[in-house]
Write a protein that binds this ligand. Structure first.
Ligand code: NAD
Length: 298
């Protein structure tokens, strides 16, 4: 298929690589042209604006940091909608606000342009391996047309219902991931201070009812190594927790614990850790407890 791809950052770049490897023809754009160098070497074509990715593309994808970036790229000057026709399908892979993507969907519908939200989970390792979970919202017939392209980036491509529902699923997931991260940092610092070796503690929990992917996949690659190169930036994790607490307010759902998780991420941001990997948030608990959660390299 002929595809447009906007936002070739930590996630977008490896997703675009896998689309090219699967035989799709890509036109790419990013604010930083250098972020697409490897894609251009693989045969992708450069476009000077989001609008310029549209002509000839059956589907245009975005993978952008925060909702206002998605809004600007989709609806702003020289944006996707300016170049789109009723043949264009626009798919947002970012973790975005359900309310924002529903509003973009409505605006695009006035021009006959179909929109899906398709946020992804699995991190940069999953993106590189092509094993992401993809949570898709929007018209089901449109989903069927887009699925072959999504199958090149993920092994679990799930239809979640009408527009915005993919984002709702993704935000619920990330709230849990970030909340578990905070709780894990408390449990692990306590366990280590109470005398258990971190490797033993992590192994015991991983194989018990408290086990989870944050402990078995994310912490070993980042926190336990003292590696805070993103990965998944703290600023994006803080954005996702806030998307969840905002959604709770919008729908009148009490979310006491989630707001504590939100404030922990605010604190990490105030310390200037936004650009670091989101495992940096656990350093606040390390500081408070006087315990560092690091494992020796094998
Ligand atoms: P990133 O900051 O590494 O990449 C975003 C890219 O978008 C950058 O290259 C940036 O230059 C580009 N960009 C920003 N504004 C733009 C604009 N107006 N026009 C064109 N390009 C623009 O972020 P990322 O980690 O790749 O995350 C992208 C999205 O995926 C976010 O919504 C994030 O929450 C989500 N996500 C990230 C991960 C992860 O592990 N990093 C995992 C799942 C989902």
């Amino acid at each position: 298929m002929k595809l447009g791809f906007i936002g070739t950052g930590n996630m977008g770049n490896p997703m675009a690589v896998n689309m090219i490897k699967a035989g799709h023809e890509l036109v790419v754009h990013d604010l930083r042209r250098e972020s697409a160098t490897n894609l251009l070497e693989m045969g992708a074509t450069w476009a000077d604006s989001p609008k310029d990715t549209v002509p000839g593309s059956e589907i245009v994808f975005t993978s952008l940091p925060v909702p206002r970036d998605v809004e600007a790229v989709a609806l702003g000057e020289n944006g996707v909608l300016e170049g789109a026709t009723p043949e264009t399908i626009y798919v947002d892979l970012s973790t975005n606000s359900p309310t924002m993507i529903r509003s973009i969907h409505q605006t695009c519908a006035q021009k006959g342009v179909a929109v899906l939200d398709a946020p992804v989970s699995g991190g940069v390792y999953g993106a590189a391996a092509g094993t992401l979970a993809v949570m898709v919202g929007g018209d089901e017939e449109t989903f069927k047309k887009v699925k072959p392209a999504l199958d090149s980036i993920g092994t679990h491509v799930v239809y979640c219902g009408p527009i915005g529902n993919g984002s709702v699923c993704k935000i619920c997931n990330n709230l849990l991931s970030m909340g578990i991260g905070v709780l894990l940092s408390e449990a692990l610092t306590m366990g280590v201070k109470a005398g258990v070796d971190l490797a033993v503690l992590a192994d015991a929990i991983s194989n018990s009812s408290g086990g989870n992917k944050r402990l078995t996949e994310k912490f070993p690659r980042f926190l336990f190594k003292g590696n805070f190169e993103p990965g998944f930036a703290t600023a994006l994790a803080a954005k996702d927790v806030r998307l969840a607490t905002d959604l709770g307010r919008e729908y009148g759902i009490p979310m006491e614990l989630s707001n504590l998780v939100d404030q922990r991420h605010v604190e990490a941001m105030l310390r200037g850790w936004g650009p670091e990997d989101s495992d940096a948030v656990a350093r606040i608990q390390e500081e408070k407890s006087g315990v560092q959660l690091r494992l020796p390299e094998n």
